[in-house]
Structures are given as structure tokens and as C-alpha cells.
Design a protein around this ligand. Structure first.
Ligand code: 5BU
Length: 471
């Protein structure tokens, strides 16, 4: 095989500066190896640095599109810097140790969720270091699909990364590197054989793709939840075998309480709109809380807060409704920014949660993918407060400790005449990732709400069981 002249020159240079060594070595993890790479030395050879970055650009980075580059700490950082300057793409830096003070950010640099980032690494063995960096970037909402590498040791890293949706392009594989060095009289055929045998025998362990949240059963997710209401709700779902949330959109307290007497045992969550109730009273709240305790369901006030923090904190704790005193959780928009979460976080204290609105079910709403992603990034800073997201799409968030609350559901897909769009239980649970499913008029406006609640509960639960079994 004919190799690019510049690659041959680089291989020989790496050999001559001891960045590649042959002999008997023991790796960090205690494994014996006949070949050792130490690319840290390249910082002492500016011409090697230049040639590596030029070759990565010419050979590995052709046809790749990316907004940022990020080197895997630490050896690849200077190479990533050169590539950033040459391509005029901004660089991101991942901290290996997150700061104990200040912003606690693990990624330094300016970026927006939804932008793409190319990974730069010196040597890939198992792929685990690249994956650590990829995971931190993905946590911030960045899209990572490709990594460029100087050397692939061919010990399973490429496969491990592909399984985790990262494609790699490398300047050298171990095989091409030793082939070049042998053909140029730097190493003997015996060494080549030794390295080839070693490669056959020493493959890195397989790194499985992390399990997706929708594959996990609710009881498992209860363990992963960081918000106490989310934990409780997952446990209620698992115990009562229902993921039905009833939206009691009725305007009279008697009607609400009568309905809950009949259907309370079939639901895990009751969603209220306190401001549509005409005879709201403290007595109503006492009776609602009694029912919640008797039937073991939680209460979500769907208030959709959307004001500045100060006003929201008053709306939440004061006024006629004093929501903070009785609702286990509330809904809030991310539109006003983080102040809203700060307000809700400090307003009450214990055992309360927020479903953050990342998407809406109604047609023509103005939420964009960027808005959705920024909403999820904002929520990530409040793991103790966020119960989950109100959304329609399984890709909205990944953390299995959060709950996807999905409204806009009826047994047949349809629309109402004011923009509401209904999807079926199958679609929202199996395709769209819904965890707790909100049904309002599908039950409330039925001739027999009780029969209908049982039907919804059974249908929704079957879909959930199918989802967990399928995966
Ligand atoms: P319906 O009768 O099943 O259409 O009632 C749905 C309920 O969920 C209703 O109370 C809405 O206010 C609420 N909802 C919604 O329908 N869509 C959304 O995106 C959000 C809330 Br957020």
C-alpha cells in the first residue's frame, strides 16, 4: 500500500522523537505492551505540531461540519488550539475536575445548545477518554458526532465510539503505523509480528451505549431521580400501575371532588387549574388533599408561571390560591429565564417540584428547537427542583431521573377547534417518550368518566409495559 508522503514523514519523525517506542512496557492499567505512545512530547517540536494539524485538516477533517472544536484533555489540547485557529472555529475546553466554586461548569468557552462540536484526540485505545468528553459536551446540549484522532490503537475504541454515535477518523491505525516504520527500516518484521499478536490478544472491554431513559422501568428511575416529587411520582406509578394524570378542568369544586372520588384510584397525578374554579376555598383544598392521601396521588397545579422571579414568588405563595401550600408541583415557562426557577426554588423549600415547559401540544405555538434545548440546559442546574419537562418529544431530554409529562392525548388522534392536537397513547408512549400522560376532556367529558378512566389507565399502562419490554 502506498502511503501519503507526508504521513510517512510524520511517522518517522514520531519514531525519532520517541513519541512511539517499541520494547516491553506496562500501561497505566497494568497491561504489558510491546508498543508505547507518548504524544505529550510533540509540544517540544513545533514542526511536528504543525504537520499533525495540517494532516488532520487534509485527511481527517475534510467534509466535516462543526461549530466548535474540543480537545480531549490534556495531550490533544495544543493540537485542538491549532485546528481552532486554522479553521477559525471556536474552541471549547473540558475541565477534567469540575470547579468546587463559582460556575461549576465543566465546559469552558462560549456555545449554545444545538451547536455542533468536533472532538480532537491523540491516541484512542478503548475510547473511554473521548467518551467522557463527549458526554460532558452532550450534557450541555451540544451535538457531537465526529472525532479526529492521530492514532487508533485498533483495540476496540473505534467500535465503542461508533456504538455511542461518534465516528472517528484517524491519521494512523496501529497497523499502518508499524507498516510504515517497517518499510522504512525503523523496526523489524519480528516487532511487527509481536505488535500484531498483541493487538489480537488485547482488545479493550466493550463500552455499551448508556441505557436510554425510556428503556428503564419507573421503579429504577425513582432511584435516579434527584427531585423528591419525581421520586415519589415514579414510585406511585410503579405501585399503583398507572401513569395516567387526570386534568380536572372543571369549574366547580363539587364536580371536581365527585369526579376524584370515582377515579382517584386510577391516577398517579391530578392536574388542576385553580384559576378556573369559581368557588375555590380552603375547604376544597383540605378535601382535595384528603383524597390525594386516600388514593395515593400527587397534585400538579398547571399554573404555567411566566413572570419575573419576584412576581412569580408572590403568585406561588400568596393571593387567593396560595399554591405553594397545597400543590406538590407546578408548571412554569422558561421564557423569563433562570429567575423563575430561583423564585420557585426559594419560595417553599421542601418536597416540591417544577415541571418545566419545553414544548406545547397546541398547533402554531412559537417554541423552537433552540428554545427547547435552552430550557433543558437551564433546568439541569436545578436538579433538586425539577420534577421533569412538559414536552411532546423523547429527544427533549436524556436524564432518566426527570419525568416527561405529555398532554394532548385521546384514544383517537384528532384536534379541537382551538388548536389542541391529540395523539394516541401508543404514539405518545412508544414513539414520543411520554412517562406521565395527561388526559382531560377524554375522561372529564365522557358519559362515564369512571369507565373511561379505567380504559385510559389500562391502555396507557399496556403501552408502557410494551415499551420497557421491547427495549
Ligand atoms: P385536554 O382536555 O386533554 O385537551 O386537556 C389537556 C390539559 O393539559 C389542559 O388542562 C391544558 O391546559 C394542559 N396542557 C395542554 O393541553 N398542552 C400543553 O402543551 C400544556 C398543557 Br403545557
Amino acid at each position: 500500500m502506498a502511503y501519503d508522503k507526508k504521513l510517512v514523514e510524520l511517522a518517522i519523525k514520531l519514531f525519532s522523537i520517541d513519541a512511539v517506542k517499541f520494547g516491553e512496557f506496562t500501561t497505566k492499567s497494568g497491561i504489558k505492551t510491546p508498543v508505547y505512545f507518548d504524544l505529550r512530547v510533540i509540544v517540544s517540536y513545533p514542526e511536528v505540531m504543525e504537520s499533525i494539524s495540517n494532516l488532520l485538516l487534509e485527511i481527517a477533517m475534510q467534509n466535516l461540519k462543526y461549530d466548535h472544536v474540543c480537545g480531549v484533555p490534556y495531550t490533544a489540547l495544543p493540537i485542538a488550539t491549532l485546528l481552532s485557529v486554522q479553521t477559525k472555529r471556536s474552541m471549547l475546553m473540558r475541565r477534567k475536575e469540575t470547579k468546587a466554586y463559582g460556575t461549576k461548569k465543566s465546559i469552558e468557552g462560549h456555545y449554545k445548545a444545538g451547536q455542533s462540536c468536533l472532538i480532537v484526540e491523540d491516541v484512542v485505545t478503548s475510547g473511554s477518554s473521548v467518551l467522557e468528553t463527549v458526554r460532558d459536551l452532550r450534557k450541555e446540549g451540544l451535538i457531537v458526532t465526529d472525532a479526529v484522532i492521530i492514532l487508533d490503537r485498533e483495540q476496540g475504541g473505534k467500535k465503542n465510539l461508533e456504538v455511542n454515535d461518534v465516528q472517528i477518523k484517524s491519521l494512523f491505525s496501529m497497523t499502518t503505523l508499524i507498516d510504515i516504520l517497517m518499510k522504512n527500516g525503523k523496526i523489524t518484521e519480528e516487532i511487527v509480528l509481536k505488535v500484531k499478536n498483541y493487538l489480537k490478544e488485547t482488545q479493550a472491554p466493550v463500552i455499551d451505549k448508556p441505557v436510554e431513559r425510556i428503556q428503564l422501568p419507573y421503579e429504577k428511575r425513582a432511584e435516579l431521580a434527584t427531585n423528591s416529587v419525581a421520586k415519589q411520582l415514579f414510585n406511585i406509578m410503579a405501585t399503583k400501575k398507572t401513569n395516567l394524570c387526570l386534568s380536572v378542568d372543571l369549574t366547580s369544586t363539587t364536580k371536581i371532588l365527585d369526579l376524584l372520588e370515582k377515579v382517584g384510584e386510577h391516577v398517579c397525578l391530578v392536574k388542576t387549574h385553580a384559576d378556573i374554579i369559581e368557588d375555590f376555598s380552603n375547604d376544597f383544598i383540605t378535601r382535595l388533599k384528603d383524597l390525594a392521601q386516600r388514593f395515593n396521588f400527587l397534585i400538579l397545579e398547571d399554573r404555567k408561571y411566566a413572570d419575573i422571579g419576584h412576581t412569580v414568588s408572590l403568585q406561588y405563595t400568596k393571593g387567593l390560591h396560595k399554591v405553594a401550600e397545597w400543590a406538590d408541583c407546578v408548571t412554569a415557562h422558561s421564557l423569563p429565564g433562570e429567575g423563575i426557577l430561583k423564585a420557585l426554588n426559594s419560595a417553599n423549600g421542601v418536597n416540591h417540584g417544577v415541571f418545566f415547559l419545553a414544548e406545547m401540544s397546541c398547533e402554531g405555538n412559537l417554541i423552537t428547537p433552540e428554545y427547547r434545548e435552552s430550557t433543558v440546559s437551564m433546568a439541569a442546574k436545578y436538579p433538586d427542583l425539577i420534577t421533569g419537562f412538559v414536552c411532546q418529544n423523547k429527544d427533549t431530554f436524556k436524564d432518566p431521573g426527570f419525568i416527561q409529562l405529555t398532554p394532548g392525548v385521546q384514544l383517537e388522534s384528532s384536534k379541537d377547534n382551538l388548536g389542541q392536537v391529540y395523539n394516541t397513547p401508543e404514539k405518545v408512549i412508544l414513539e414520543n417518550g411520554g412517562d406521565v400522560i395527561v388526559v382531560g376532556r377524554g375522561i372529564v367529558a365522557a358519559k362515564s368518566p369512571e369507565t373511561q378512566a379505567v380504559l385510559y389507565k389500562d391502555t396507557l399502562w399496556k403501552c408502557y409495559l410494551k415499551r420497557v419490554a421491547e427495549n
